[in-house]
Design a protein around this ligand. Structure first.
Ligand SMILES: C[S@@+](CC[C@H](N)C(=O)[O-])C[C@H]1O[C@@H](n2cnc3c(N)ncnc32)[C@H](O)[C@@H]1O
Length: 204
């Protein structure tokens, strides 16, 4: 007989972290419009990781309505914290800007509108933490930029690595001497999709 709880998926749904009204609204909006956001489990994980790594400069690729951005920016412990987020959809970027105002985070977040690969090529600042959440087919292509822009010992988190299109990225990072990485395949209630992979990688 297994020691694991019966019906683990039902069991773990009761432990979904509580969110404020703004995040709940963004979840409802995402459900209605089928916007693939990370949901409260990965959102909380991002917040905890950003907090424990004391990240003061965060880069996010893939803003959408700013749901994951808000979890990340709320991890800043001082007004020095700065987050840069890139999305190629101007409508999404405008909606995210409104949500950052509502969250009281507008001063700390810069939204860049454009293709991630092109915008990354123009950047030369250093980040403590990068969250990767654009179209999965581009993950492998942006990895060298992520390495260049992440400080040594910085953390890269990539969402949706369970997608077929993330396979080249998974192979590249797991075989690379430039990263120390782990892939987790997990049940993530309210994540899009609920069973998916996450990659956590330390830049060597
Ligand atoms: C999965 S959604 C991001 C969800 C968001 N991180 C969250 O959890 O709240 C992906 C976003 O990446 C943007 N995107 C996709 N490919 C991109 C690219 N090549 N460059 C910039 N943005 C891209 C899309 O417009 C979309 O808003």
């Amino acid at each position: 007989m297994s020691d694991v709880v019966d019906n683990p998926e039902g069991y773990f749904r009761q432990f979904i972290p509580k969110r404020d009204q703004l995040l709940v609204e963004l979840e409802e909006e995402a459900r209605r419009e089928e916007i693939p956001i990370v949901g409260p489990i990965v959102g909380e994980l991002l917040h905890i990781l950003a907090r424990v790594t004391q990240a003061e400069r965060i880069l996010e690729l893939g803003t959408a309505t700013g749901y994951s951005t808000i979890f990340l920016a709320r991890a800043f412990t001082s007004t020095r914290g700065r987050l840069v987020t890139i999305d190629n959809d101007p409508d999404m970027a405008a909606r995210a800007a409104t949500n950052f105002q509502r969250a009281g985070l507008y001063q700390q977040i810069d939204i860049i509108v454009g293709d991630a690969q092109e915008k990354l090529a123009e950047m030369d600042e250093s980040f403590d933490f990068i969250f990767l959440d654009i179209e999965k087919e581009y993950y492998a292509a942006v990895l060298s930029h992520c390495r260049r822009l992440l400080k040594q010992g910085g953390l890269l988190v990539a969402d949706n690595v369970g997608f077929k299109d993330a396979d080249p990225f998974n192979r590249l990072i797991s075989g690379s001497s430039e990263w120390r990485s782990v892939n987790l395949f997990a049940y993530l209630p309210l994540h899009s999709p609920e069973k998916d992979g996450l990659c956590l990688a330390l830049r060597r």
